[in-house]
Design a protein around this ligand. Structure first.
Ligand code: PXG
Length: 440
């Protein structure tokens, strides 16, 4: 290992067991296409497309070139009161791909920022229309909406919330999640059982009075919690209930946008139209941090009142619409189009599903779930050591098999490249099978 990598003391890794990690660090120093290079020079196949980010593969030459050019042309300019050509072009480009009527785009730098921006827009929208009483926000158990205070509050990941319990934002409630192994284990795609779980929103409308609720936020397919596809009819039902009570529906598409479900947006795949969509990750193929929030025209219009010289929304980030990020975003959109990436993703779905479900007979496996190019294999926890099986699988794959896999506790999650080679995808699952066979 190089001298620069010897001392990890200063480095506090996110969402990582730091002390365990530092005993034997897993450090990546390069990447090309579907492979990483580790600090010992070995090449590793990436089964997670970065962190759901890099569907086109790593260091795509067209994105690299666009970033190199942009950083040497306009490295930064503020987007408060002045802006740059790339941000303008990317907003237009993304709006053209969006569901009809969702043509307004606000830039952020991450999924967490997109979520908090969306929640603020929802609250501001109601207030601008004279319904300032609509302040309540509804999330879902097991939802992941990032780690800022708004997103954490509407999120439903218990370990992420536990320490901050007393400081979560007030006026938030949650509907039930949709996983129930008794009814929907080993479903291929959307479970047929569970649409009625959306009626939990009616319960909360009865409890709080629907007229006090500003917005409901859900991931169309829950990702971080271990891939929970929506039951057939579930999203439609949520939409109906929101309409009935005048509540905005926010789809958190940080994972599902830009091809993971073989469409620009999950909303299009499910043919259920939300009012606000949050994105990040695939917007730039993960190359430069960036997020975007898309809103219906009517939401944007509601803000455009009062004196024209006044700011309509007191919100924004120093790096909202950063020119280098926007250049990466534009290049990414070009590649999606030129290479037919979303069609490539669609063509891989069946193969991916078959490979995942071949684990159904494995002794440790209690569920397999998939939708689009999102997949999960859930193992039973080892007695007294939850998370141990998943952690061991990750390390064994990395050290012994040159394979990067992602585990959330004992659930293995998969986010294959949108342009994966079927043989490489197959080989990665054969390897994982071999590894699971060695795990107690
Ligand atoms: N919303 C959703 C739906 C996400 O998946 C965020 C918001 C937050 O994005 P940022 O860019 O602030 O991290 C996410 C992030 C996993 C995993 O293993 C998923 C995410 C982050 C870390 C791990 O599934 N998604």
């Amino acid at each position: 290992m190089s001298a620069a990598l010897k001392n990890l003391d200063a480095y506090w890794l996110p969402f990582t067991a730091n002390r365990d990690f530092k005993k034997k660090p897993r450090v990546i120093t390069g990447a090309s296409g579907h492979y990483y290079t580790a600090s010992d020079g070995s090449k590793l196949y990436d089964t997670f497309s970065g962190l759901w980010t890099s569907g086109l593969g790593h260091c795509h030459p067209k994105i690299v070139k666009a970033v190199q050019h942009q950083v040497a042309t306009l490295d930064y300019c503020m987007t408060f009161q002045v802006t740059n050509d790339k941000a303008v072009a990317l907003a237009d480009r993304v709006a053209q791909m969006a569901p009809e009527g969702m043509t307004r785009c606000f830039f952020t730098n991450s999924g967490s920022e997109s979520v908090d921006t969306a929640l603020k827009i929802a609250l501001g929208y109601h207030r601008a229309r004279g319904e300032g009483n609509r302040t309540r926000l509804i999330g879902r158990e097991r939802g992941y909406h990032g780690v800022n205070f708004g997103g954490m509050s509407v999120g439903g990941m218990v370990p992420n919330r536990k320490v901050f319990s007393a400081n979560l934002i007030p006026g938030v409630d949650h509907i039930r999640h949709t996983q129930d192994l008794e009814h929907n284990a080993f479903t291929r795609g959307q479970p047929s059982w569970g649409a009625h779980l959306a009626d939990d929103l009616e319960r909360l409308c009865a409890l709080h009075d629907g007229s006090n609720i500003a917005a409901v936020i859900v991931e169309p397919v829950a990702g971080s919690t271990g891939v929970l596809p929506p039951p057939v009819g579930y999203l439609e039902r949520l939409r109906e209930i929101c309409d009935k009570h005048g509540i905005l529906l926010i789809f958190d598409e940080v994972i599902t946008a830009f091809g993971r479900l073989a469409r620009p947006f999950g909303a299009q795949r499910f043919a259920v139209m939300p009012d606000i969509i949050t994105t990040a990750k695939g917007l730039t193929n993960g190359v430069i941090p960036m997020g975007a929030v898309l809103v219906r025209d009517s939401i944007y219009d509601a803000f455009m009142q009062g004196p024209e010289h006044m700011i309509e929304l007191f919100h924004g980030y120093t790096y909202s619409g950063h020119p280098v990020a926007a250049a990466a975003g534009l290049a990414t959109m070009n590649v999606y189009e030129e290479e037919g990436t979303f069609e490539q993703a669609a063509a891989l779905e069946q193969h991916f599903e078959d490979l995942l479900h071949s684990f159904a007979d494995h002794k440790h496996v209690i569920d397999v779930r998939n939708f689009g190019l999102m997949g999960a294999i859930e193992m039973a926890p080892r007695e007294g050591a939850p998370g141990a099986r998943g952690g061991e699988a990750h390390k064994k794959c990395f050290w012994d098999e040159h394979l990067v896999i992602r585990n959330g506790m004992d659930t293995l999650q998969f986010s294959p490249f949108l342009n994966s080679r079927p043989d490489e995808m197959q080989k990665s699952f054969e390897t994982i099978r071999r590894v699971l066979d060695t795990i107690e």
